[in-house]
Design a binder for this molecule. Structure first.
Ligand SMILES: C[S@@+](CC[C@H](N)C(=O)[O-])C[C@H]1O[C@@H](n2cnc3c(N)ncnc32)[C@H](O)[C@@H]1O
Length: 393
């Protein structure tokens, strides 16, 4: 079945795919839904970024850029399982990925993956960067990449057109990168250039500083450009906290904890909480959540997991309550399934009688799965395009 889905994805338009997914969903429940979400989200071959990965390695395929040889050291930032990996024959290949589903997909194929960018003292002959949508993070990664290039080393970066592909050549100009080239393919742009003494080191330092961890919200939290809503309070979370009770106690969890906004809120307003488990798929989010909550000095016992909540592997059991604001991007069919898989994992993690507090965009169809997983679901609150649901196991 998966092979069939894969082929249809590659050759159909987004709308047709969305309809197809909707049809499939009608026949999925339980483990099948988890596996399907994992397939959609965890497999880089069908992830929303897959086209950008094809674009990134395109010049190696066409011969515009010499592929790295056995003796070259190669760093791939924001790496994912993709066909381009087969073009890298280097004995010294370093892969980096913050996002757990992509990191796991690589690890399952035998690759070792760093969760953080290597220290700038290390140098590489080739650095490939699948650049993210966030502009400050992209500039940070390009600046970091240039700083880590060996003499004459090559930096290659790419993004799809709807994720900032067209701005990459301008960033190379801003940094005074020489010997640049660029190509457009797969609805994206790939740009490359060489390390040289002409590179603007002041600009490099400026962009590294702008993308570094910093205080946000009047110093209440510490965060970094690139993690979800890195410097603001998410609207959905803001609405969720207005509905949350103040008598939560025992063992709780924050699913998709980000930098820790919801966790901090529940801990401040519910002194009877004994244990809180914070989970996020973004390595940086988990680390900032940990730092923030430790610094804020809450007295509950804390646990932090870098995990993919669309997979049941986490094995949490007997949790008394869960708060969650699952990820969504309007219009993307796959995101509905991520939220549904979060609900399924929440249902498996709660004890009988345990409660899920969840916020979601009004347009997302979660009532059905909440009812099928929990046997009940009530809408507590609706405001500014968001709904707060409560479901008891
Ligand atoms: C809408 S944000 C909410 C963040 C945080 N709770 C807040 O209120 O600011 C959703 C979070 O889910 C995380 N996330 C996305 N996909 C995930 C997955 N598969 N497993 C676990 N967390 C995921 C994102 O990194 C993000 O931090």
């Amino acid at each position: 079945m998966y092979q069939n889905v894969h082929l249809r994805f590659r050759f159909s338009k987004r709308l047709a795919f969305a309809v197809f997914l909707f049809e499939c969903r009608q026949n999925l429940n339980g483990e099948a839904l988890h596996e399907f979400s994992r397939f959609l989200y965890g497999s880089a071959k069908v992830s929303p970024m897959s086209k950008a990965y094809d674009t990134l390695f395109y010049p190696l395929n066409t011969g515009s850029l010499q592929p790295p040889g056995q003796d070259h050291s190669v760093l791939f930032i924001n790496a994912a399982l993709c066909d381009g990996l087969n073009l890298i024959k280097s004995a010294e290949l370093t892969l980096q990925q913050y996002f757990k589903p992509r990191a796991s997909a690589l690890q399952e194929q035998g690759y070792s993956v760093l969760s953080e960018i290597p220290k700038s003292e290390e140098t590489f002959d080739y650095i490939f960067v699948a650049t993210p949508k966030n502009k400050i993070e992209t500039q940070y990664l390009l600046a970091k990449g240039l700083k880590m290039l060996s003499d004459g080393g090559v930096l290659v970066c790419a993004a799809s057109n709807d994720a900032g592909g067209n701005r990459l050549a301008g960033f190379f100009e801003d940094l005074s990168v020489e010997n640049t080239g660029q190509e457009s393919k797969h609805k994206g742009r790939v740009v490359w250039g060489k390390n040289s003494p002409k590179i603007d080191n002041n600009k490099i330092e400026e962009w590294i500083e702008a993308g570094a961890p910093q205080n946000i919200l009047d110093g209440q939290f510490h965060s970094v450009p690139g993690i979800f809503g890195w410097n603001k309070i998410d609207k959905g979370s803001e609405i969720l906290v207005q509905s949350l009770p103040v008598d939560l106690s025992g063992n709780g969890a924050d699913f998709g904890c980000g930098y820790g906004y919801l966790s901090d809120h529940v801990l401040r307003h519910n002194p009877a909480i004994e244990n809180l488990t914070c989970v996020d798929a973004d390595f940086r989010a988990v680390e900032f959540c940990r730092q923030n909550l430790e610094r804020l000095g809450h007295k509950a016992q804390m646990r932090y997991f870098w995990e993919d909540l669309t997979r049941p592997a986490l094995g949490l059991r007997d949790i008394d309550w869960i708060v969650m604001n699952p990820p969504f991007h309007e219009g993307k069919a796959s995101d509905i399934y991520i939220g549904q898989a979060f609900i399924k994992t929440a249902s498996q993690s709660l004890r009988p009688g345990g409660t899920l507090w969840m916020v979601a965009n009004t347009g997302l169809p979660y009532e059905e799965i909440l009812k099928s997983e929990f046997g009940n679901c009530s809408k507590k609150h609706e405001k500014k395009g968001f709904k707060v649901y409560v479901a008891t196991k």
